[in-house]
Design a protein around this ligand. Structure first.
Ligand SMILES: CC(C)(COP(=O)(O)OP(=O)(O)OC[C@H]1O[C@@H](n2cnc3c(N)ncnc32)[C@H](O)[C@@H]1OP(=O)(O)O)[C@@H](O)C(=O)NCCC(=O)NCCSC(=O)CC(=O)O
Length: 458
């Protein structure tokens, strides 16, 4: 006998209209919340705050993960304004407990032992950090916290507050610990990887756009092509960062040689070089958590093991800030609309830009140079007409460069950059810098602050 009750007209629609908050409050958890005097209000920015309070007061109880899950259901069903309102208020809602800190300091001054040091540490732990740890217990908690930080980073600069900055610092600190490279899995991504993962690779590629499935296939399937990513156990089909590698006979001087449809493949046994030609961070919410350095070094290690005959590990990299810098040098609008000089002049100017132009903290101005040189690589070669795509022309007048990863030199290169402000550059690049001034160079008499490997070793 069918005992199912017929739904009255409109009942189904009413059920559909029930918000995640209604559902929560009608569940066992809702009863528990009411039992401890917490009754979230309907306005979702406020009810998120109420639910966060409940989570904090339920510390240590078995219902924590279920409540964390309910919190995220409500958070994700809220519009971006309500989500950001919650983020703006939550940190300030729970200021540090000054009395508890004073008491712990007094105890530390009296005893100066491990127990009082630990008590001081606990007393000064921010409530936001506790909340983050509680939320991480929800199903997919880490992934959902990353998305939450993406919301936080999207708050317009004008609306930034100290509370938001403090919450961001707490999230960043938690992520630095959870995404320590030691916990991450390095995996090869191939044509046989899941469709979900491959779709994400197309979406996340930030350097040389992937023009659909066939283009992707050319980058991950042939024996002389590799793609590797770092994965977190909670996000097995969603990479944190990935790098595309070409196995080649020689170090290439143009991107066409690597991604063109007509290129002729080689057998891995014939390859001398592993060329990193595209590395992309994937998760906006993990901004500031560095993975790239570890990824490149781990991939070099892996390839050396698999193909011990490989001699050269280098990149073929864009120079994204070059056209803008050149326009400024030439006194044109800083929109990159400078007239491009001839090829040899371009290489000389690019050498100056990469070795001498400095930004914040006296670091290389170009973001990609900052990344590779900061990893201890050496600026090896500069190529004109190397990226003829519209984007390549716009950002660097077609210039691309090779950074060389010579594992034995990495520490010295890094030291020279950070301690002396000196860019490690090959003899070829050095000679570009030494060419007499002319054309567009401003006569400022500045001496090149870069050294060849040999000069550094001397
Ligand atoms: C290169 C990275 C993996 C480095 O990651 P990090 O975590 O170390 O650094 P980050 O992401 O915080 O970036 C530092 C600052 O540089 C800026 N930045 C980074 N890449 C940029 C680019 N291509 N054009 C303009 N700005 C760029 C960031 O916005 C940020 O600015 P702010 O500090 O103001 O917020 C990543 O930045 C990234 O995915 N970039 C986009 C893709 C890219 O350019 N890849 C490198 C070129 S390919 C390549 O070189 C070959 C290869 O290696 O395979």
């Amino acid at each position: 006998m069918n005992t199912a009750r017929q739904q009255a007209p409109g009942e189904a629609a009413a059920a559909r209209r029930r918000t995640p908050l209604d559902i929560l409050m009608n569940s066992g958890l809702g009863k528990l919340l009411r039992g401890i005097g917490i009754a979230p209000r309907q306005d979702s920015g406020e009810s998120l705050l109420d639910l966060a309070d409940a989570l904090l007061s339920l510390r240590g109880r078995a219902s924590g993960p279920a409540l964390a899950s309910a919190f995220f259901d409500l958070y994700e069903a809220s519009d971006v304004a309500a989500r950001q309102e919650f983020l703006a208020k939550i940190h300030d809602r729970h200021p540090a407990d000054g009395k508890a800190i004073d008491k712990a300091i007094a105890k530390w001054q009296e005893k100066r032992d491990d127990a009082s040091a630990l008590a001081l540490n606990q007393a000064s732990e921010s409530v936001s950090r506790r909340l983050i740890n509680q939320l991480n217990l929800a199903p997919q908690g880490t992934r959902r916290l990353i998305d939450m930080r993406e919301d936080l980073l999207a708050v317009p600069k004008g609306a930034a507050t100290e509370g938001l900055a403090a919450l961001d610092r707490e999230l960043e600190c938690a992520f630095i610990a959870w995404f320590n490279a030691g916990f991450l899995e390095l995996r090869r991504i191939g044509w046989d990887s899941s469709a979900e993962l491959l779709e994400r690779i197309i979406q996340y590629e930030a350097v040389h756009q992937i023009q659909g499935w066939e283009d992707l296939r050319r980058r991950v399937e042939p024996a002389d092509r590799r793609c590797y990513g770092f994965f977190h156990p909670q996000m097995p089909e969603d990479p944190l960062i990935f790098v595309e590698v070409a196995l080649t006979a020689e170090v290439p001087g143009s991107i066409h040689a690597i991604i063109s449809e007509e290129r002729e493949g080689i057998r891995p046994s014939e390859a001398n070089c592993a060329i990193f030609y595209s590395i992309s961070n994937c998760q906006v919410g993990l901004k500031g958590i560095p993975f790239g350095n570890h990824l490149i070094k781990r991939v070099v290690g892996l390839l050396k093991k698999e193909l011990p005959h490989l001699r050269t590990f280098a990149t073929l990299s864009p120079v994204p800030g070059f056209a803008k810098w050149l326009a400024k040098e030439q006194g044109k609008d800083a929109d990159g609309s400078a007239t491009a000089p001839g090829a040899s002049d371009l290489r000389r100017l690019a050498a100056r830009y990469l070795c001498e132009a400095k930004g914040k903290g006296n670091q290389p101005l170009d973001p990609v140079a900052r990344f590779h040189l900061g990893n201890g690589a050496r600026l090896e070669a500069i190529h004109a007409n190397a990226d003829l795509s519209a984007n390549g022309q716009k950002q660097s007048h077609g210039v691309m460069v090779n950074y060389l990863y010579e594992l034995s030199d990495i520490e010295a290169n890094f030291f020279a950059l950070t301690e002396l402000g000196t860019v490690a550059a090959s003899k070829g690049v050095q000679s570009l810098l030494d060419e007499p001034e002319g054309g567009n160079r401003k006569a400022n008499g500045k001496k090149a602050k870069s050294k060849s490997k040999d000069a550094l070793a001397a």
